[in-house]
Ligand binder design. Structure first.
Ligand SMILES: NC(=O)c1ccc[n+]([C@@H]2O[C@H](COP(=O)([O-])OP(=O)(O)OC[C@H]3O[C@@H](n4cnc5c(N)ncnc54)[C@H](OP(=O)(O)O)[C@@H]3O)[C@@H](O)[C@H]2O)c1
Length: 252
């Protein structure tokens, strides 16, 4: 099978997985972090889990760029920088600064994420560096401008919100507290909100099926978990702010 056929099959698989994940996560909450299930015996440390889950996304995309047949222009260079920035942070920074990196993380989720991240990065990288044909006029296209702005705002919200969560715990602490700073005033999961804005911006800026598949997967994965986290906060803290929404300020 040639690389183009692999791209087509994986693209269809990503759309299908997004749908399956969306439906199943409303019945089962992915068992990591506050929802970790102690009956899951085969686990690794969360720090190692995050590192191994995310690094394929960095490497596979980088290989697509290095092997790609398209000449790099300013547009594909921006996309390359955005992707590598996100996944450099997620694989080489986030796991090493997280509090509670020694907590258990199920190996089955790590395996799923390795497969998903590899396929997703291949599909997005293959599209950009083998198939896409952006001319320089794309720089002035409203889809590129709006998408790029969304990506940057989403990344900033995501990183800021993860920082706020991290600073809630003193070194060695594992307990949970009510976050009150930044966008936590409005929603229980601003880090997920930022992540969704980020990849929706990617889909719009690249105007590609591969970007759309990833944005839909991110929504399918994080929306049910945001609801589960929101319910969990109300169960744990009687004084949890009633006006706070789960994911989208003032709406949901
Ligand atoms: N693109 C995608 O599909 C996707 C999927 C999953 C995650 N992500 C991203 O990966 C990052 C981490 O995701 P996550 O699901 O682990 O996020 P999370 O549940 O919000 O947890 C993030 C970190 O903050 C800690 N934390 C959470 N709530 C806390 C509280 N109330 N008090 C003290 N500490 C708290 C967690 O500790 P514990 O580990 O001890 O709970 C964890 O270390 C996020 O930026 C998310 O957007 C992306």
């Amino acid at each position: 099978m040639d690389s183009y056929n692999i791209y087509k099959i994986l693209l269809i698989a990503l759309f299908s997985v997004a749908l399956l994940v969306f439906i199943s996560l409303y019945f089962i909450t992915a068992p990591y972090g506050r929802h970790f299930n102690r009956s899951l015996k085969v686990s690794i440390k969360a720090r190692a889990g995050w590192f191994f889950m995310e690094i394929p996304a960095f490497l596979v995309f980088l290989f697509c760029f290095l092997l790609g047949r398209n000449e790099l222009n300013i547009i594909t260079f921006v996309f390359l920088l955005f992707w590598l920035f996100h996944y450099f942070h997620r694989s080489f920074v986030y796991p090493f600064i997280m509090k509670g990196g020694y907590k258990k993380f199920p190996i089955v989720l790590v395996l799923f994420a390795v497969v998903f991240n590899s396929a997703n990065s291949y599909v997005n990288g293959y599209y950009l560096f083998f198939l896409s044909e952006y001319s320089l006029s794309w720089l002035r296209d409203p889809r590129f401008i709006v998408g790029v702005i969304m990506f940057m705002i989403g990344a900033a919200i995501n990183i800021q919100s993860d920082n706020i969560l991290r600073n809630l715990r003193k070194p060695g602490e594992t307990s949970y507290k009510i976050p009150r700073r930044g966008m936590f005033k409005y929603v229980s999961n601003p880090n997920y909100f930022g992540e969704i804005i980020e990849w929706s911006g990617w889909a719009i800026a690249t105007w590609s099926l591969s970007g759309l598949a990833f944005a839909l997967f991110t929504i399918a994965n994080l929306m049910p978990r945001a609801s589960a986290n929101h319910r969990w906060y109300f169960d744990q803290f009687p004084d949890y702010p009633k006006e706070r929404k789960a994911l989208i300020p003032f709406i949901y």
